[in-house]
Write a protein that binds this ligand. Sequence first.
Ligand code: NAI
Ligand code: MG
Length: 359
Amino acid sequence: MREYSIALIPGDGIGVDVTREGKKVLDTVCQLDGGLSLQYESFEWSCEYYARHGKMMPDNGLELLKPFDSIYLGAVGYPGVPDHVSLWGLLLPIRRGFQQYINIRPVKLLRGIQSPLAGRGREDLDFIVIRENNEGEYSSIGGRMYEGTSQDMAIQSSVFTRQGVERVLRYAFKLAQEKGRRKRLTAATKSNGINHTMPFWDEYVHKINQEFPDVQTNIVHIDALAAFFVSRPDVYDVVVASNLFGDILTDLGAAIVGGLGIAPSANINPEKNFPSMFEPVHGSAPDIAGKGIANPVAAIWCTSMMLEHLGEEQLADAVMQAVEDVLEEGVAVTPDLGGKATTVEVGDAVCRKLRERLG
Ligand code: NAI
Ligand code: MG
């Protein structure tokens, strides 16, 4: 028996609905495979938990999560709790405490999805954004002074370290060399306007490139790169970006391949010293929470990335094939993609396709 333990953190809003479907898919995979067994423990950490306890998770939260092989998370954040409180109280401590310094965000047009970019098909839209996940612009260094006066001010410093920059670049270069990729790396910069950290970043792109001479490398300003995602997405293979740039670019990346309802992400600790965490790019979507119409595809895609990280590549692939079968059939499709199906109906349909493929 191949056994793995999974910590479930459904979180807030639609996070709860979409991870329920993801777990349903994983349960089906286990049933069909027979040799795979997943042990779950669920943690109720969320904005509701915050309302009761004054914190997003208990003080020993990371200790509780550490023994697990993987963490499967929905989304956190809800009106009533400031977004920086929910993010810094749960997600960021996990990403940082567990050295999940790589955030993988595929931008890939799935079978059955029409890109909003006219004339673009599956051969044009297939790249991966690697976002630095532990430092950069998302730092807690800074402060506020003179609040409530006419001199009111705030300062927040970015942090770029040699260790942090080298390791994310090396990961991205290696990925560009992997089987199935095109040995092209694009690094997002803004070294014209941000004249300390971004030239530093660019310098290390050139330096690490020397270790990977067969990878064709470009450094592109983030503003131009955002436009190129729309005007010529076909040239990209692996894109590497700092924490903030990667965050913004990947909502755009999601939009060109069908929207936030589809986009998955993996927070990876490559050394496997700590559990990695899998979560959709989207948030808790208070505008549609409780309506049962959230698209679970992003969360289901996350389960495929989790299976891959656990070494279950064939099952990971089967899950994605089943998802694409459902999208291509076009019946169990949620309103964000123009359909009428519910979250549960999409999850059920994916399980049905899995049974057809693996049963
Ligand atoms: P959001 O991603 O929750 O929603 C943006 C828009 O996309 C909304 O119109 C929503 O209905 C739609 N949408 C998102 N996911 C969808 C899905 N699966 N199916 C169909 N439609 C979907 O981002 P927003 O509104 O900026 O943030 C809402 C809350 O979520 C905030 O509290 C924010 O801090 C939090 N958040 C949490 C994240 C996380 O836990 N990783 C990431 C982003 C936001
Ligand atoms: Mg984001």
